[in-house]
Design a protein around this ligand. Sequence first.
Ligand SMILES: C[S@@+](CC[C@H](N)C(=O)[O-])C[C@H]1O[C@@H](n2cnc3c(N)ncnc32)[C@H](O)[C@@H]1O
Length: 277
Amino acid sequence: MYEVISEFLARPAPFSISTTEQLWTDPHIATEMLRFHLDETSDLASRRPGVIDAFVDWLDRRHPLSGLTVADLGCGPGLYASRYAQRGAKVTGLDFSANSLAYARKAADSAELSIDYRRADYLKDELPSGQGLVTMIYGDFCAMAPEARKLILAKVKAMLRPDGIFVFDVFSTGMFDELSEETIFAPRLMNGFWAAGDYVGFKTTHLYSNEAIGLDRYLIAAPGRTFQVYNWMQYYTPASITEEVLAGGYSSVEIVDFATGGPWPGGASAFAVIARP
Ligand SMILES: C[S@@+](CC[C@H](N)C(=O)[O-])C[C@H]1O[C@@H](n2cnc3c(N)ncnc32)[C@H](O)[C@@H]1O
């Protein structure tokens, strides 16, 4: 017991351990996650519909979607992909969550939208080329280790037409400044999110201030099974993300407010990045 708890509370080196796939593909967690994606009153897994609509509105105004070839990386249940398709884009949605994709496919069928949903790991699998727009939304970029971010920048660049754009969002250092280190535990932590039946869930938050990195680390102790989940997050300033994207071989970077596409006002909110190859 002492060894398990002490190891859990220890501070790992940033991004030294990854459990991303487990977070998104464990059958119980995937079902709970889908519930949160679709909960229009929660921002836990996806943004609320009004913000998604506003994002797609300015994107369409600036970079008309009709007839455009678009790929959405980490499309989840298709909240963005379906909106792009409604506006006439030819959309491919990629995700490694079979559960989210099953929902996305059903929703597309009932809305009579033709969307190519594919189960893929965007870090490992081949990605479609010739895209006019590639999106990756809700901080997925921030959750990756530096080498994985470098890889995805290169893979997306190879997906884009010369006039295409990569649009993604990142969490700001203003958001990092609002975090605090704490450790909590509770029976069925987060109302049964982590496992079916009884369990005790522990959560500890580590902040790496010099690097603007946060870690929410979970230890889930269920009868007969104990597992951990590491939720890393790199926070950015406009300057730090611009430097990283330019170092990844892109020719220009624009920072805009996620919901309006206008100037980002700063503070404790995410912002969108428009990168050109
Ligand atoms: C925070 S959710 C956002 C979903 C969607 N973009 C939205 O905002 O509604 C992240 C999504 O990325 C997917 N994902 C994470 N890493 C992935 C990877 N390496 N390959 C494919 N999908 C991945 C997860 O399964 C999940 O559906």
